[in-house]
Design a protein around this ligand. Structure first.
Ligand code: HEM
Length: 352
């Protein structure tokens, strides 16, 4: 093996072709940076997709042993995705060394290509669980003319969107958690709203709400038990719970509450990683938006969207694991946590 051959450097290092350097154009020094930074992003996107594919493969299994090596590896690899996103967020600062006028020197030569067309970015979003229907200005994504995708990329993205994504798989995995089964709680029927754990928990939670927070119990009942109070509009309901089922959110809250039990650690860290990835993506969107505003002001994007207006909409709308992060709303103090039945903690591999 030879270093350059193994890494394919011949191809990688010969793939920077600034258009402004072509005959007849005025060479723009910063176009090289512009190309390399995009390529660096795309390489990291490739690695992120590789890690997410692994997570999807594991969660697609019929049975997932929560104490298995598989789950630990998913946890570990999602942490890696987090580290990569942290780096990607830093990279915006390098691009910021290009001034708006440096960019203007070659900007028009790029039209109508744009980061909007990054197939890998769209695949990451799709794999994490952002469906086309929930995208800001979704008609932009259906465009296969100027500024949109090629037919082939469009097909690849649509097909990724129609496959099971990580959000759906995590939802199913959470729904299968056995915490509330009647065998642990000495009950005949384990209807969630009358389940002894939830009756007690609801009481403690409600007792801890301040005067201004009293209405949170209505949200609580909707999120975990589908109780629809008339004060909740359709939009409220959508924000409170639209991607995860009540059963999945009950299990997720339970894991967050009892996260200190060693047996919940991997599950907790997986949920926490997904929340963090979502935050990092959103933080990238924000940094990119601020950079775009500085670079092109209120001009339209090379990809033919309204530019920063579009990016702002996407930033506000494209949270994927919003409902998981919102679970903090429903936590209670650690010292008020209900004790768990011994049979449950024993089965979970933990002794009181
Ligand atoms: C001078 C630097 C940049 C400018 C002025 C810029 C501008 C824009 C604009 C205006 C859009 C909206 C679509 C459009 O109409 O074109 C966009 C989207 C996008 N850009 Fe950039 N961009 C820059 C650098 C980058 C870099 C380095 C990346 C890294 C991959 C990137 C990735 C993206 C992505 C993924 C989108 C789609 C975002 C979404 O739909 O949420 N951009 N960009």
């Amino acid at each position: 093996m030879y270093y350059g051959t193994y890494l394919g450097l011949d191809k990688v290092l010969n793939s920077q072709h600034p258009v402004s350097f072509e005959k007849g154009n005025e060479p723009a020094h910063d176009e090289m940076l512009f190309i390399i930074i995009h390529q660096a992003y795309e390489l990291w996107f490739k690695q992120i997709l590789f890690e997410l594919d692994y997570a999807v493969k594991i969660f697609q299994q019929e049975l997932i042993n929560d104490n298995s090596e598989d789950l630990n590896l998913v946890r570990h690899r999602l942490r890696r995705v987090i580290k990569i996103w942290e780096l990607l967020n830093q990279q915006v600062n390098i691009l910021d060394t290009m001034t708006p006028m440096d960019f203007l020197a070659f900007r028009n030569l790029l039209t109508p290509s744009s980061g909007f067309q990054s197939k890998q970015f769209r695949l990451i979003e799709a794999l994490l669980g952002l469906p086309l229907e929930q995208r800001h200005q979704k008609d932009y994504y259906k465009r296969t003319n100027e500024g949109g995708f090629t037919q082939q990329d469009f097909q690849t993205i649509s097909s990724a969107e129609s496959q099971t994504n990580l959000l759906v798989l995590i939802n199913n995995w959470l729904e299968r958690m056995p915490f509330f089964e009647s065998r642990y709680w000495d009950i005949q029927n384990n209807e969630a709203i009358n389940h002894p754990f939830w009756v007690r928990y609801r009481h403690i939670y409600s007792g801890g709400l301040t005067e201004r927070e009293q209405a949170k119990i209505i949200d609580f009942d909707y999120v975990f038990f589908e109780q629809q109070d008339e004060s909740l509009s359709e939009a409220d309901q959508f924000i409170l719970r639209s991607s995860f089922s009540p059963a999945a959110l009950r299990a997720a809250l339970f894991i967050m509450l009892y996260r200190d039990f060693p047996v919940f650690q991997s599950s907790y860290q997986i949920l926490d990683s997904l929340i963090e990835i979502d935050h990092l993506l959103s933080s990238w969107r924000h940094k990119h938006l601020v950079m775009v505003r500085r670079m092109i002001g209120m001009r339209v994007g090379t990809g033919n969207t309204s530019g920063s207006g579009y990016l702002e909409g996407a930033l506000n709308k494209h949270y994927i694991y919003r409902e998981l992060s919102a679970l903090s709303t429903y936590l209670i103090e650690r010292n008020k946590l209900p004790h768990l039945p011994e049979s449950l903690t024993r089965d979970l591999g933990y002794r009181l």
